[in-house]
Design a protein. Structure first.
Lengths: 265, 196
């Protein structure tokens, strides 16, 4: 091998070595970049989880249950007597079904939900009449899955329950449901005004609405509903079994489901 | 040499840049929408009935932040391959979750399901959502497999020598950032000095 050839292969080896080193350096830079990105992701996620958990924990006020409720998931039972009183002359004759045999209808509703409003319009009276007859026992669960105004209206309904006027107030709220697009409605003054329409008056109800006394209850009730399997509103369970929304929205199908449920027990 | 760089190699970095931007917008938007109501996010996770109750809150709270982190990294082009890959995995998980509730007949969108959307029947939107996520998965996969792009921090940090998946010589590259030519020069200069 000539000297020139030896020098050329030495230079080539050097070039090769430099190329290998720079390739290694490139690889290491890419590894560090990926590691850096991974660290950024982990940091943001962990911070986020901690921040949100803290917000949830500190945002919860004291849990106060409206009158007569034993737990956040128990819902509002309306008696046959109250349904009869509210229907007045329109109340059908009590049926022959013994009181103990009537199936329980758990109704999960959001006061802002338009589909719930449609349910109340189509099947609401049917439910009230069947309950007044004694064919079914109705338990209302106001939950808040839409936004803050759902919490406020649900809490106000709890205040109405305290005053013994839940069913009327419930109906007034649905009759005056704000449109989804409006972004307004169900303000504190709206909710207090509806109280008057339902026959509620006095400082106690107003104070209850303003202070959002039952706000925590609505949130806890919503969480309990979610755990039970409620994914949307309106949702219903007849004697603990989920009732399809199609049945719920059809008064005839609903009546059939209820009467066959009481026949079975 | 420009003639050796095929038109694919000229266009590819821009496609990846656009894919990065698109993913960043979609992920960022979805994340911000969920951050305002962590309780609702947790309920949404629970509705799928896949994770155990103990994980529902952590995932509900954390998922939007994972999305925003990915969105930010994709936006600035830092750790592009990794962000693309993690996003792709995320979309696979979403597709699997939707397919699972669809197969089990669980209605996630009957009536009002938070966020105010009123849907009368459950089924049809599942297919639409899966197709949407398949599209996003395609974007994320492209970014993960071909991460070189323009307007990316990766390009600055790597000194313009990013040649992901390419076998090119020395400093010549498929194109990353303004430093592409800068990075090549020092190497060439030393080589020239070495030959004197």
């Amino acid at each position: 091998m000539s000297k020139a050839t030896r020098q050329r292969s030495a230079r080539e080896r050097l070039r090769e070595e430099r190329r290998r080193q720079s390739a290694r350096a490139r690889l290491m830079r890419r590894v560090y970049m990926s590691l850096g990105a991974a660290v950024v992701i982990a940091a943001i996620v962990v911070t986020g989880v901690l921040v949100q958990s803290h917000r949830q924990a500190s945002g919860s006020g004291q849990l106060v249950l409206p009158k007569g409720l034993s737990s956040a998931s128990s819902g509002i039972s309306v008696s046959q007597a109250q349904f009869r009183r509210d229907l007045g002359a329109a109340a059908p004759k009590p049926s022959a079904t013994p009181a103990g045999d009537a199936p329980v209808l758990d109704l999960y509703e959001d006061f802002q939900c338009p589909v719930c409003e449609r349910f109340e319009q189509t099947s609401g009276v049917t439910v009230q009449k069947l309950a007044a007859e004694g064919e079914v026992k109705v338990v209302y669960h106001p939950i808040a899955i839409i936004d803050e105004r759902s919490v406020r209206s649900g809490a106000a309904a709890g205040c109405a329950l305290d005053a013994g006027k839940f069913p009327k107030y419930h109906d007034v709220l649905y009759a005056n449901q704000p449109s989804e697009q409006s972004g307004t409605g169900f303000t504190e003054s709206d909710l207090k005004g509806f109280g008057k329409r339902a026959g509620l008056s006095g400082a106690a109800f107003d104070k209850c609405v303003d202070s959002m006394k039952y706000g925590q209850w609505v949130k806890a009730s919503t969480e309990a509903a979610s755990k039970r399997g409620v994914n949307g509103t309106p949702s219903a369970y007849l004697d603990g079994k989920p009732l399809p929304i199609q049945t719920l929205m059809d008064p005839n199908a609903l009546t059939q489901a209820i009467t066959s449920a009481s026949a079975k027990s | 040499m420009a003639s050796e760089i095929s038109s694919f190699h000229r266009v590819q970095p821009w496609v990846t840049t656009l894919a990065r931007a698109g993913l960043a917008v979609v992920l960022g938007w979805a994340a911000i929408a969920k951050m305002g109501d962590p309780a609702a996010a947790a309920r949404a996770v629970r509705a799928y009935r896949i994770l155990p109750e103990s994980l529902v809150h952590t995932v509900g709270y954390g998922l939007p932040f994972l999305e925003i982190a990915l969105a930010l990294l994709l936006l600035v082009g830092l750790g592009t391959r990794l962000s693309g890959a993690v996003s792709a995995v995320l979309f696979v998980v979403f597709i699997a979750g939707i397919a699972s509730v669809w197969a089990r007949g669980i209605s996630i969108d009957c009536g009002c399901f938070g966020g105010g959307g009123a849907v009368a029947s459950g089924d049809t939107h599942y297919l639409r959502e899966i197709l949407r996520d398949v599209g996003l998965l395609a974007l994320a996969s492209w970014v993960a497999v071909l991460p070189s792009s323009r307007l990316a921090l990766d390009g600055l940090i790597a000194g313009g020598e990013e040649t992901e998946g390419e076998e090119t010589d020395g400093g010549e590259d498929g194109g990353v950032g303004p430093d592409a030519s800068e990075g090549a020069r020092p190497g060439m200069a030393t080589e020239m000095r070495g030959t004197r």
